[in-house]
Ligand binder design. Sequence first.
Ligand SMILES: NC(=O)c1ccc[n+]([C@@H]2O[C@H](COP(=O)([O-])OP(=O)(O)OC[C@H]3O[C@@H](n4cnc5c(N)ncnc54)[C@H](OP(=O)(O)O)[C@@H]3O)[C@@H](O)[C@H]2O)c1
Length: 437
Amino acid sequence: MPDAPPRSHHPLSVAVAGLGTVGTGVLTLLRENADIVAAHAGRPIAVTAVSARDRSRDRGIPLTGLRWYDDPVALAADPGVDAIVEVIGGADGPARALIEAALAAKKPVVTANKALLAVHGAALAAVAEKQGVPLAFEAAVAGGIPVIKALREGLAGNRISRVTGILNGTCNYILTVMRERGREFSEVLAEAQKLGYAEADPAFDVDGIDAAHKLAILAALAFGRPVDFGAVHVEGIRHVSALDIAFAGELGYRIKLLGIARRTEAGIEARVHPCMVPHSAPIARVDGVFNAVVAEGDFVGRVMLEGRGAGAGPTASAVIADLIDLARGRYTPVWGAASDRLSHEPSVPMAAHVGAYYLRLMVVDRPGVIADVTAVLRDLGVSLESMLQRGRSPGEAVPVVLVTHETGEAAMREALRRIAALDAVLEDPALIRIEPA
Ligand SMILES: NC(=O)c1ccc[n+]([C@@H]2O[C@H](COP(=O)([O-])OP(=O)(O)OC[C@H]3O[C@@H](n4cnc5c(N)ncnc54)[C@H](OP(=O)(O)O)[C@@H]3O)[C@@H](O)[C@H]2O)c1
């Protein structure tokens, strides 16, 4: 555990590894808001050393007077550095090597790296605890939204039953534009890439992996157990179509990519996938690049936080909050409780999920087809809440929408397989889970 600051005027000397979007944001915030930061921290916070790959690159911020390192890992050995900010990124490589070196040297670490925490967070937390060194990561989930502190400290007196989040701004932006303009996924993705809202390689975002990293972290905090990325069920948004978004609207829903961690009787369920949420639900109205997290606790009830999940300013805001905690000597165990107090509740596999489903088929419009489809559902014990069939064009393909009552995922998967195999069913059916408000 770090001691209280030795002298109130002794600055906290910080090394920043990575001078990209987040790193330059951190330097800019510390420069522009130095007075506010020093007041809250009880002493100045000063960056004294930095590392990035290319020393000659103009980053639009002054770096004179700062010690430069080509090798970020060397920052941990700099005797003039009190704390390390890791904003390089990547689950392995230099980011991981630097954090391990810093913890070994008993230097506190602040990171924005969700990939690394989701994959190696359990082991890193064990090292941090053994070394008695803080490992802080407010910026790793939902950028500027202070959701780590909210779950770990603000709601610490509650038993949390469920955490739901819009955790990826790129996906939320794409789904919002698809809905507003009736456009298809691939067109909107290409446009988002041009505007800089989506990466050149969008897989981490649109395939749900980034959201799953963040959900794994939130689930660990909410349920007081070591982070377990492998237990998260992950689906992205590539298969969401404009047609399904339009049908969702008719049925009173919006389609969102949600991360959901929930306590069930069998254990903890953690999943990321497109969901239909009632359009009256507050989270359904979080649009564009915004993120949101809803937590439900037994005493507090429902809490929702909304804000910007990415960008230099919001992410720097979160990094600086962690640095202020360090400067003050405030310390909280990585997953909210000491390792011997963490829970080992089992994870529940997706096959055991129970919920309502939206199913959309393209079928040949001819007598008997609907009877064949409903026979499959009946055989598997899936009961229907409603059915929607638009237009008639005998012999042609028409969409048919089915909404089920609560159904087991395993039965639904089997029904989908059998329905897809029917002659009159033309394309792969679309399946979207429906979440209660
Ligand atoms: N961007 C956001 O809005 C956001 C939000 C929340 C969390 N995060 C997380 O914050 C981290 C950083 O993201 P970012 O968007 O700032 O990334 P970025 O713009 O790509 O910046 C990465 C920085 O790391 C440096 N770097 C890469 N490899 C290095 C190496 N081997 N040695 C030294 N420096 C190296 C790069 O140096 P050069 O500049 O010389 O190439 C660059 O300055 C990631 O973990 C990300 O997931 C980002």
